[in-house]
Design a protein around this ligand. Structure first.
Ligand code: PMP
Length: 375
């Protein structure tokens, strides 16, 4: 049984059999599905050879695990479904109950979708920074949204995390709490990682992921290391956040001067505290990234691979690119990158030239990085 930092839980055998069985038996949605809940998981992997050709200095085989194909548009749909199902099985919640969650948006969208289908009342606590697209999606799914100041420290009285706990108490609702819930890493241990190992037919040298709660990192890394001996795990963390190790690497970006615990634009990754479900000991290497290179890489992925991915994917791929170059990862190696969400969440942000300019990015430089080979 896996043991993660902060908790210890037997894998639920029934669930595991169900998930793994479903992968081995083909996608559940080859036939008519019962609901959109069946459209969560079983995402495709794509070889990013057009991006390699454009960048001109990537020789290894690199692949993207494209999580935007989940029903709600992100990797976090997996944990929303798993956390709700586990809480139902244990008798903690039943349809009609109030669910309250603090999120940077994608867990929110996933929970709102699951709640809409299953009949829960959903309240979401969300920092102001997060995109309007996420808010509108959650509202349309029937949720109530409460915004909190972006600059509030995680343990301050006005943080989204603190607010969710207070509301649960006042309203008699349930916080499934993605920062502590074992269902978060387990969804990736049983699902995401099994799929990656199967799609790669066991041939994988490096798995590169960014981290928010760390559920994806902990669950995927743990299972891949069990299934594929020698696989190395690379974590990507934005400047401003403090999740990377050793601690000194978080201090300041030499490229942009972005400092530790300062605000950055990329959504859904990085934190000012270490979530319980993030097991940093499982990470072999950390890479730090800046907003400008992340958004340039997002636009390059859209332009060259036709993958309509979200902002953190740019950070992850920019971090992977730096890691591949600095470590001279060559031809015979395979690297996989987890692409967490969709451009749908950011149509009015990094997908919009006007927003990039208004936010102080050098648009000409970003366009050069996307359209001019060798720039
Ligand atoms: N990318 C995006 C866009 C996200 O919303 C999240 C979740 N906050 C992540 C990456 C990281 O996922 P995790 O919480 O599993 O670390």
């Amino acid at each position: 049984a896996p043991s993660y930092v902060g908790w210890d839980k037997e894998i639920d055998d029934d669930f595991n059999k169900l998930t793994v069985g479903a992968i081995k038996g083909g996608r559940p949605y080859e036939k008519i599905c019962d609901s959109a809940l069946d459209l969560i998981g079983f995402t495709p992997m794509v070889r990013m050879s057009r991006l390699s050709k454009f960048l001109d200095d990537v020789d290894c085989d690199w692949l993207g695990k494209v999580e935007l194909f989940n029903a709600g548009g992100s990797v976090k749909d997996r944990i929303a479904k798993r956390m709700v199902e586990e809480a139902e099985k244990s008798g903690r919640i039943k349809p009609g109950d109030i669910l309250i969650e603090a999120t940077s948006g994608n867990t929110g969208v996933g929970l709102c979708l699951v709640s809409a289908i299953k009949g829960y009342k959903q309240i979401i606590c969300l920092p102001q920074k997060m995109s309007g697209e996420k808010v509108n999606t959650m509202k349309c799914l029937g949720a109530e949204i409460l915004r909190t100041p972006t600059e509030a420290a995680w343990d301050a009285q006005d943080s989204h995390i603190f607010l969710s706990a207070r509301l649960a108490k006042d309203l008699g609702g349930h916080v499934l709490d993605q920062y502590k819930n074992p269902g978060n890493p387990l969804a990736h241990y049983d699902g995401t990682a099994e799929e990656i190992a199967e799609q790669c037919e066991g041939k994988l040298d490096y798995m590169i992921m960014s981290t928010g709660t760390g559920g994806t990192m902990t669950g995927v890394a743990k299972k891949l290391k069990e299934l594929i001996p020698g696989v190395q795990v690379v974590g990507v963390d934005p400047y401003g956040s403090i999740l990377a190790e050793p601690a000194e690497v978080n201090e300041k970006s030499t490229r942009t001067g972005q400092e530790k615990l300062s605000a950055y634009h990329v959504e859904g990754i990085g934190y000012d505290f270490i979530p319980t479900v993030l097991d940093r000991e499982i990470v072999d290497h950390w890479v730090k990234t800046d907003d400008d290179e992340a958004f340039a890489m997002c636009r390059a992925l859209v332009r060259h691979e036709g993958l309509l991915i979200g902002g953190s994917c740019g950070s992850t791929v920019a971090g992977a690119y730096r890691f591949i170059k600095e470590n001279k990862i060559g031809k015979d190696k395979r690297c996989a990158v987890l692409l967490a969400d969709s451009a749908r969440n950011y149509m009015s942000k990094f997908m919009d030239d006007g927003w990039l300019e208004q936010s102080g990015f050098d648009l000409a430089k970003i366009h050069a990085a996307v359209f001019e080979k060798g720039s």
